[in-house]
Every structure is written in structure tokens, then in C-alpha cells.
Design a binder for this molecule. Structure first.
Ligand code: NAD
Length: 303
């Protein structure tokens, strides 16, 4: 695995840049808001938790910086709500440089337990399950599309602009018990992979995904005790924030899935690609690569 090194000088290039982020009211998102603001960026962050979002806004503004931090109440399930976040940034600064999709919710309990799987129980549509997929996946697709449009409409700059999507280790590995969560997070990796050959060429936008392992936020609360007892690697929110902003600002990074474990980041895509002939077989890998060249940038899929 290739280690992704954190560089303060790369982070400093975020000075005066316009950053849009969802899920900033606590945890990893709040840490990312703070770090980007400290670097001098203008950060527009949304979250549906209005009180916590306002508290983060006030706490961040209390430290001195050339940047700004602006909170808006946003429910990522609502198209207009995400759009309003981009609008606020674009109207004030005339551009968007970095877009980070971080908002997510945990697995809703019980939907795959035996009692929820009777022929009678499944007659009721599981709205909560669908709603969580909306938050963790559909909203990320729509956010990414908006980000491309706002960045495309922004005046040219020397800064290498980018989208960062927060997935999870559950987006690249087996994750027992995380049925809806893992579905969504694998989807986020699929979205990153679909965008990475196209977005830099067509829109000058790099796209990367972050795949945290256990991180000390409320999302981990249910298993944290057992985790710590076993002395397993644990990230702090600021560790993950550092990797998010490294991907946001480092112009050499595109198409990575950065596994963050014990405070350090590692790209998993390079190894996945490099070992393709081993897990696909040499002949199929060669044919698959020829197929990819035939498909090019993917024009022609639509009906
Ligand atoms: N904590 C971990 O161990 C861990 C591991 C892997 C991936 N992640 C990912 O990291 C990201 C940040 O998670 P975290 O650990 O900081 O969790 P968190 O719960 O502390 O933060 C998630 C934020 O998203 C917001 N949010 C949820 N639904 C929303 C909606 N509909 N509209 C707007 N905002 C909404 C929440 O209010 C919260 O502020 C998530 O994408 C999560 O899946 C976390």
C-alpha cells in the first residue's frame, strides 16, 4: 500500500480557497472545517443539526485566521438544500474550489433480523432503510454533480480543484451487519471510480475517496469499548480531516481510495489495480484492459 503523506505546505495552498462541505456539525466534518479554516480557506458547511452546526461555527471563528466559516442548515436528502449551500459560497466568492461530501448516518437497527424478515413484516416498506441510503449514497451522487457544475462555472485558477467523497473501510471490504451502510459506501467508491478518468479531463477536477477505519466519533460509540479493549488502531477526527484536506489540495492525487487507520493514510487503489492479473487471471485482465480502451471515457452508455 502506498502511504499518503500529510504535508502542511500542501494544506497551506487552501488559503483563500472556497470549500463546500456537508456533515460539518460534529466528528470528522467539524474537524475538517476547523483545519481548512485554520489554513485560511472560506468554508461553507452544512448539516441538519442546526444547534451543533452553529456551535461549531462559533468555536471555529474564535481562533484567528484569514479564512471564514459559514454554517447553513442543510438536509442532504433535499436537493434544494444542498444546492443552497453551493449557492451561498458561489454568490459570495464567485467560485467553488473544493467540495467535500462527509455527511452520513449509521446502520438502522433490526432490518435484517429474523423477526423483521417474516412474510408479514416485509409487507411494510422499510422507509428508514431507504432514507439512510438517500443520505449515504443518493445525496453524494447529487452533491458530486452539483460540485462539477459549480467548479465548471468558476473562473480558472492555478489551484488544482477537487471533490473528496467520504466513504469508509466498509466501502472496500466485507462489513457484517452494515447492510445499508456498506451498500452506500461501496456505491461511493463506484462513483469515485466512474468520475476519476473523466472529471480531470473534462472539468479540471480531481476526485478522491476517503475510507476511514474506526474513528473516535459518536458513529463508533456502539463498538468503541470493545475496540479500545482489544487495543485496535483508532483514528482521531483530526487524522481523517488531515487526509481529506490532503486529497483536496494535493494536485498529484486523483482516483485514490485512502484507507485511514491509526491516524495514517494509505491508497488502496494502486494495489487493487496492480494485482488485477492475479485475481482476474492474466488473459482476462489483458482483455478487460482492451475493453476499457474500447469504452474510452464512457460515451455511448446512455440509451
Ligand atoms: N467514525 C467512524 O469510525 C467512521 C468510519 C468510517 C467512515 N466514517 C465516515 O466519516 C464521515 C463522518 O462521520 P463521523 O464519524 O464524523 O460521524 P458523525 O455522526 O459524528 O458525523 C456525521 C455528520 O453528518 C450529519 N448528517 C447526517 N445526516 C445528515 C443529513 N441528512 N443532512 C445533513 N447532515 C447530516 C450529522 O448530523 C453529523 O454531523 C461519514 O461519512 C462516515 O460514514 C466514519
Amino acid at each position: 500500500m502506498t502511504a499518503i503523506a500529510f504535508s502542511q505546505s500542501v494544506l497551506d495552498t487552501l488559503k483563500d480557497k472556497v470549500v463546500v462541505l456537508t456533515g460539518g456539525a460534529q466528528g470528522v466534518g467539524a474537524a475538517t472545517v476547523q483545519l481548512a479554516y485554520d489554513a485560511g480557506a472560506h468554508v461553507y458547511f452544512g448539516d441538519w443539526a442546526a444547534d451543533k452546526g452553529k456551535e461549531v461555527e462559533a468555536a471555529v471563528r474564535a481562533s484567528s485566521s484569514n479564512g471564514t466559516a459559514t454554517f447553513l442548515q442543510v438536509d442532504v436528502r433535499e436537493y434544494a438544500s444542498q444546492l443552497a449551500l453551493f449557492d451561498a459560497a458561489f454568490e459570495k466568492h464567485g467560485r467553488v474550489d473544493v467540495a467535500i461530501s462527509c455527511a452520513a448516518v449509521a446502520e438502522p437497527p433490526g432490518y435484517f433480523e429474523p423477526e423483521a424478515l417474516s412474510l408479514e413484516a416485509i409487507r411494510t416498506e422499510p422507509q428508514e432503510l431507504k432514507s439512510r441510503l438517500d443520505i449515504n449514497l443518493t445525496s453524494v451522487l447529487l452533491f458530486s454533480r452539483m460540485a462539477l457544475a459549480y467548479i465548471k462555472a468558476s473562473p480558472p485558477t492555478d489551484f488544482s480543484r477537487s471533490i473528496v467523497l467520504v466513504s469508509s473501510i466498509a466501502g472496500i471490504t466485507e462489513a457484517p451487519g452494515l447492510f445499508a451502510y456498506s451498500t452506500a459506501k461501496h456505491g461511493v467508491i463506484g462513483l469515485m471510480r466512474a468520475l476519476r478518468p473523466v472529471a480531470p479531463l473534462r472539468y479540471g477536477v480531481r476526485v478522491n475517496a476517503i475510507c476511514p477505519w474506526a474513528t473516535d466519533t459518536q458513529l463508533l460509540a456502539g463498538v468503541k469499548g470493545r475496540w479500545v479493549k482489544e487495543n485496535l488502531p483508532l483514528n482521531q477526527p483530526a487524522d481523517v480531516a488531515a487526509m481529506i484536506l490532503q486529497c483536496a489540495a494535493d494536485k498529484t492525487l486523483n482516483g485514490k481510495s485512502v484507507f485511514v487507520a491509526g491516524g495514517k493514510g494509505y491508497d488502496t487503489e494502486e494495489g487493487y489495480d496492480k494485482t488485477q492479473p492475479q485475481w482476474m487471471g492474466e488473459q482476462l485482465a489483458e482483455e478487460w484492459n482492451r475493453g476499457q480502451r474500447v469504452l474510452g471515457l464512457g460515451d455511448g452508455w446512455t440509451d
